[in-house]
Design a binder for this molecule. Structure first.
Ligand code: ACO
Length: 401
């Protein structure tokens, strides 16, 4: 009888690292994070500078190609993306197969996975040009797919992309516009949403990105790999934090109740935590939240919001930032706190929040997928395990059990 534990001892050393908290699975030149110092760099550029001064299209080019584009390169890239925004008309039928109240992320998973059927034979992933075309298609089609998921859920007709609008303006129109009526893109809202897209574009080897890499490591179709990433992002521990933050603000309801909730968050006998505060990686501050702090106020002013929930958000932020408990433990509002509030003020239902995250993260996913496939060291991902089951034993016929 083979003793499996003895076998492990004979076959040399390997690491046991649940959750991969200290094991690098790849080399990557895309994104650098220093959680203690609150640093996030894309291809070396600080996220704060990109969010303030750049655009989502420019950051997408940067992540995909490694360098910031010049004006000609940016124009060409933006034009290429706008040429790929349409979905095959047959996909409208595919949407109609979903329940009317289907979660937008269920639709996103299904539709993006289904795109692999449209672009399978035409995608040779060993050819860099074809990989780039697949990447452009994915970046371009995500706003259309997300907007159609929203339209389907509210029972309104789908709107085709209007390619003279910006990437983000086009998405806003496809989501909130109605046929035969002009739609005016609010420039403050457009800028704020573009910033949210930049802030969510990539975050090194997080769970969904690792999922895309793992799926892609077998040579699978890129659209199917991104569908796998969307499935992983859907989980509440990954993409659902801004939804949780907004639900909590609704629960608080009015500014007078904030002290009660702060007291609960500090009470060690109460499992309640302030949602949207603290971060697993950023232990001093979340560099993405710093940008959002200003943006949230710009959006509130531009939209003249009057919902008490938004007043709760601003006062809670102020009170927690002054509270000894939160200051000592370095618990500050994270990017999800602000993005949830902004998306809600713009008019997105909470169920769309993760869909917007997926739209933005698609850029990181395809950039990481391209990087992986072009790495000559790349192998199929195959984690090891620590076996804890029975040692070898003989099969017992059912009549003798
Ligand atoms: N409200 C109240 N107390 C908190 C909060 C909070 N939001 N977050 C952490 N604490 C306290 C903990 O109780 C703990 O106290 P202790 O030292 O007295 O035991 C201390 O701060 C450290 O907390 P940890 O859970 O050890 O910190 P960790 O890094 O494991 O958790 C996390 C980070 C999960 C994000 C946590 O801050 C949290 O639950 N926040 C609320 C949920 C949220 O916003 N999540 C989205 C963040 S996005 C992301 O991390 C990918």
């Amino acid at each position: 009888v083979v003793d499996i534990r003895k076998l492990y001892a004979q076959t040399g050393m390997f690491t046991y690292d649940p959750g991969f908290t200290s094991t690098a699975s790849c080399e990557s030149g895309l994104t650098f994070i220093d959680g203690d110092e609150g640093v996030l760099l894309h291809r070396g550029y600080p996220i704060g500078q990109l969010a303030e001064e750049s655009s989502f299209m420019e950051v997408s080019y940067l992540l995909l190609n490694g360098e910031l584009p010049n004006q000609g390169e940016l124009n060409k890239f933006t034009h290429t993306i706008s040429r790929h925004t349409m979905l095959h008309e047959q996909l409208a039928t595919f949407y109609r197969g979903f329940r009317r109240d289907a979660h937008p992320m269920a639709i996103m998973c299904g539709v993006v996975g289904a795109l692999s059927a449209f672009y399978h034979d035409s995608t040779d992933i060993t050819d860099p040009t074809q990989r780039m075309i697949a990447s452009h298609r994915l970046i371009a089609k995500m706003p259309t797919i997300a907007a159609m998921a929203y339209k389907y859920s509210v029972g309104q007709p789908f709107l085709y992309p209007q390619n003279d609008l910006s990437y983000t303006g086009n998405f806003l129109r496809m989501t909130f516009g109605v046929p035969a009526e002009p739609y005016e893109v609010n420039p403050v809202v457009e800028k704020a949403l573009d910033r949210i897209f930049i802030l969510h574009a990539d975050h090194e080897q997080n769970a969904s990105t690792s999922t895309v890499r793992l799926a892609g490591s077998s040579g699978a179709n890129p659209f199917a790999c991104i569908a796998a990433g969307i499935a992983c992002l859907w989980g509440p521990a990954h993409g659902g934090a801004n939804e949780a933050a907004l639900n909590m603000l609704h629960e608080i309801g009015r500014p007078e109740r904030i002290p009660e909730f702060i007291a609960r968050a500090k009470d060690k006998n109460d499992p309640f935590r302030l949602m949207g505060f603290g971060h697993r990686v950023y232990k001093n501050y979340d560099p993405r939240a710093t940008v959002m702090q200003k943006t949230v106020r710009e959006v509130f002013a531009a939209l003249n919001v009057s919902n008490p929930v938004f007043e709760v958000a601003l006062q809670l932020e102020e009170m927690a930032l002054k509270d000894d408990y939160f200051v000592e433990k370095k618990l500050f509002p994270n990017v999800d706190f602000y993005s949830g509030v902004i998306l809600s003020a713009i008019g997105f239902p909470t169920t769309m929040f993760t869909a917007l995250f997926a739209l933005a993260r698609t850029v990181g996913w395809v950039a990481q997928w391209n990087e992986m496939i072009s790495d000559p060291e790349q192998k199929i991902g195959r984690p090891r395990q620590l076996y804890t089951g029975p040692t070898e034993r003989d099969y017992v016929p059912i009549t003798s059990r």
